[in-house]
Design a protein around this ligand. Structure first.
Ligand SMILES: [Zn+2]
Length: 213
């Protein structure tokens, strides 16, 4: 079990592709889980990146404790909670390997997450199917005070981002749609380029995916 307060102070969400790859690991071990709803749930918490309706603490700090006891939840809620668990677990792994002591790893957020996304993209094979689902989501019941319109907009933005392994162009387009990051796009792209040259850092980022569950 991980305690929530240890990560409250960091802006440490993993990025969206990595979240799908982590979810796939969980789903492979739990074949009875409804994969579509689980994935939609796991991709929702970062919706606050495209809206002012909610803040990160509204979407991320909603449970006192987190664990992987997800069986009794609805598939959507299980996926949602799995996302939060992964955010914390990822940070724990990065700290274990002293990731942030390496050069360029403290570059502006979400540089390291974008690099991780690129590193793990090929570990998931059903991007096309997932993109269709994101563009045609079923009615979703959530207690988040976010409109259906915003949720659909967020899902369609990430569907576009999932089109291919991230490159400068897709990263730029993705960042541009996130108002708070838009002004820092060039800086982030530059950070991604430099961080990718740091083999120690990319090795650790790859380990996150291996060790997350
Ligand atoms: Zn998150």
């Amino acid at each position: 079990m991980l305690c929530v307060p240890c990560y409250v102070f960091h802006e440490n969400l993993a990025s969206q592709i990595a979240h799908v790859v982590y979810a796939k690991k969980y789903l492979d071990r739990h074949p009875a889980m409804n994969a579509d709803l689980f994935l939609l749930g796991t991709l929702l918490p970062d919706v606050r990146r495209v809206t002012d309706e909610v803040k990160r603490k509204d979407t991320h700090i909603i449970y006192k404790e987190l664990d992987l006891e997800l069986k009794d939840l609805s598939p959507f809620e299980a996926g949602y909670r799995f996302h939060l668990w992964c955010d914390m677990r990822r940070e724990e792994i990065l700290n274990k390997y002293d990731f942030y002591s390496l050069k360029r790893t403290n570059a502006i957020d979400p540089t390291a997450k974008l690099v991780e996304d690129e590193l793990v993209y090929d570990k998931y094979k059903n991007w096309e199917k997932l993109r269709w689902l994101l563009n045609n989501p079923p009615e979703i019941k959530t207690e988040l005070p976010v409109s259906r319109e915003t949720i659909e907009r967020w899902y369609s933005i990430i569907a576009k981002y999932f089109e291919k392994k991230p490159d400068d162009k897709t990263i730029k387009a993705f960042l541009f749609k996130q108002r708070k990051l838009r002004g820092q796009t060039d800086e982030i792209i530059d950070g991604v380029k430099k961080l990718k040259e740091n083999k120690k850092a990319t090795d650790i980022l790859k380990r996150v995916c291996e060790e997350i569950i």
